[in-house]
Ligand binder design. Structure first.
Ligand SMILES: Nc1ncnc2c1ncn2[C@@H]1O[C@H](COP(=O)(O)OP(=O)(O)OP(=O)(O)O)[C@@H](O)[C@H]1O
Ligand SMILES: [Mg+2]
Length: 500
């Protein structure tokens, strides 16, 4: 049978990088074909060629058996290709409705935008997600997960025949992921073909009809679901056998470095108290919207608290703003790397150097060579894929951008590190490196706090775990004391209702 889509012999180079060489890929009608590979393997580039955003240097593209000669963005949308990009492309100061229907707003008879209709249409496309998102709400006011859902809803509203999902679940947790999978099932039933990119390999096993693996810009193998074990898949991806997914270490919890007492901010967090000790990793779990990020932002001085107390090494401190927090030895590594973590138009080196300028300068003179050594050694140990540290961050792959955000903070010595979703969008091999680096920070004597929506990761990497529900810590426990189901019960607030 002729595939719906066939890409044949695709090659693409950027200055200093051969992103794709001679890659072939096809997609059958109603099929979900997963595309996996390490950060920088070329997945997004291949999809940008399909969407018409990039032009291939070599190779051909066939749709419904016919060669596509002019591939521009508009042409590919007309041909029924819809793409949910890895980077969010929403306009923050516009409303949810405006973002979804930008450039194709429904009109009234006199030609003005038909707002009531547009809001109703927005409610319709968002309905399957069963979330509290208002069409008139500014996108800026929404967290990463909700923004991701709007991006997905937007692509769905285009009614594409081929839908590309580039890491749609990276910003989502349990419930939203389940809903997305239901929607994917419905789309497939309706004959929509899907190309699915994800670093969460369980998802790939669950959803994919076929799996194609890219490594260093080359296609390694294509197999049917069930014909490849997880270990095999990892081996094809990273080119070696991965020994341990969750490295173990001897944690030695020491003195309390950060203590938070009865932190309260109306509508955000309620009476939050916890201690983070030197030498330990403290994990925070909870559903999207539970308030984990917001609690940390309040501690960090990004939001003003109503009441409560923060103590560093036993001394009460007032943290006025984020700079103040950094000066006092607290680093927060945000989940939204593009908005808060990186300057995309600057190089890898400059981004990394920014966070340590004050540490590596004497009397206003910058020790460039010292910073250079640090940055280069980070690039090596984290396996950041870039032709050099001079490369602009905007040109790195999604996962490699995320690594640069982390590198910035690994270089800087803090007493308390707060990592918000540190492994989002990071490939299996590099995740292990990030766990090791976090463990090294703890060994060095720092208190490490990690917010993560990947339960296996929190359960394996943290020494202690706090569960957040509706802005409160509803449970704290030591590693191994509770199992996954018990943690989910606390995350869903089941124990709360029982108590009330
Ligand atoms: N516009 C660009 N300019 C220069 N290099 C680029 C550009 N876009 C991509 N690259 C490079 O091409 C390679 C492939 O990148 P791509 O974004 O396709 O990776 P990916 O497989 O999607 O990775 P990830 O899992 O991290 O998203 C990387 O080395 C990347 O740095
Ligand atoms: Mg990518």
């Amino acid at each position: 049978m002729e595939p719906l889509l066939r890409m044949s012999g695709i090659s693409k180079s950027f200055p200093g990088v051969r992103a794709l060489s001679d890659v072939s890929f096809d997609l059958m009608k109603g099929e979900l074909h997963a595309l996996v590979g390490e950060n920088g393997a070329g997945k997004s580039t291949l999809m940008k060629i399909l969407s018409g955003l990039y032009k291939a240097d070599e190779g051909d593209l066939y749709l419904r058996g016919e060669k596509v000669t002019s591939t521009g963005l508009a042409e590919m949308i007309r041909q029924g290709v819809g793409v949910i990009y890895q980077e969010l492309n929403l306009i923050p100061y516009l409303s949810v409705s405006e973002n979804i229907f930008l450039g194709r707003e429904p009109r009234t008879k006199v030609g003005t935008i038909d707002w009531p209709k547009m809001h109703a249409m927005t409610e319709e496309v968002l309905k399957p997600f069963k979330l509290d998102i208002k069409p008139k709400q500014q996108v800026m006011s929404l967290g990463a997960a909700y923004q991701q859902i709007i991006e997905i809803a937007k692509a769905l509203s285009l009614k594409a025949e081929i839908l590309v999902m580039d890491e749609p679940t990276a910003a989502l947790t349990g419930n939203e992921v389940d809903r997305l999978f239901e929607i994917i099932g419905e789309l497939k039933d309706n004959g929509v073909s899907i190309i699915y990119i994800s670093h969460r390999l369980e998802e790939v096993h669950l959803l994919a009809d076929r799996i194609t693996i890219l490594r260093d810009g080359e296609r390694v193998i294509t197999k049917k679901r069930g014909e490849m074990s997880n270990d095999e898949m990892i081996k094809y991806m990273v080119g070696r056998v991965l020994e341990e997914q969750y490295p173990q270490y001897d944690s030695k919890a020491g003195e309390v470095v950060l203590e938070v007492k009865a932190l309260t901010k109306k509508g955000i967090c309620d009476n939050v108290s916890f201690q983070a000790r030197s030498g330990e990793i403290l994990g925070f779990v909870g559903l999207v919207g539970a308030g984990r990020t917001e609690i940390m932002q309040t501690i960090y001085g990004y939001r003003k608290m109503d009441s409560g107390e923060i103590l560093l090494r036993g001394k009460p401190v007032v943290i006025r703003n984020c700079q103040d927090a950094v000066m006092k030895g607290i680093g927060l590594i945000p989940e939204e790397r593009k908005q808060q973590g990186l300057i995309l138009g600057m190089s890898v080196f400059d981004n990394a150097a920014l966070s340590v300028l004050d540490l590596y300068s004497t009397l206003g003179v910058l020790h460039r060579s010292k910073i250079n050594d640090e940055v280069n050694s980070m690039v090596d140990s984290m396996n950041i894929k870039t032709p050099s540290v001079k490369q602009l961050v905007v040109n790195l792959s999604g996962g490699n951008q995320q690594k640069v955000v982390l590198a910035k903070w690994f270089i800087r010595h803090c007493d308390v590190y707060i990592f918000d979703e540190p492994t989002r969008g990071i490939d299996v091999g590099a995740k292990v490196e990030i766990y090791r680096l976090m463990q090294n920070l703890a060994k060095r004597g720092a208190a490490v706090i990690m917010i993560s929506s990947e339960l296996p990761e929190v359960m394996n990497i943290s020494d202690r775990i706090a569960v957040v529900f509706e802005g409160r810590i509803v449970k704290q426990f030591k590693k191994g004391e509770l199992n996954d189901e018990q943690v989910m019960e606390y995350s869903l607030g089941l124990h709360e209702r029982r108590r009330a």
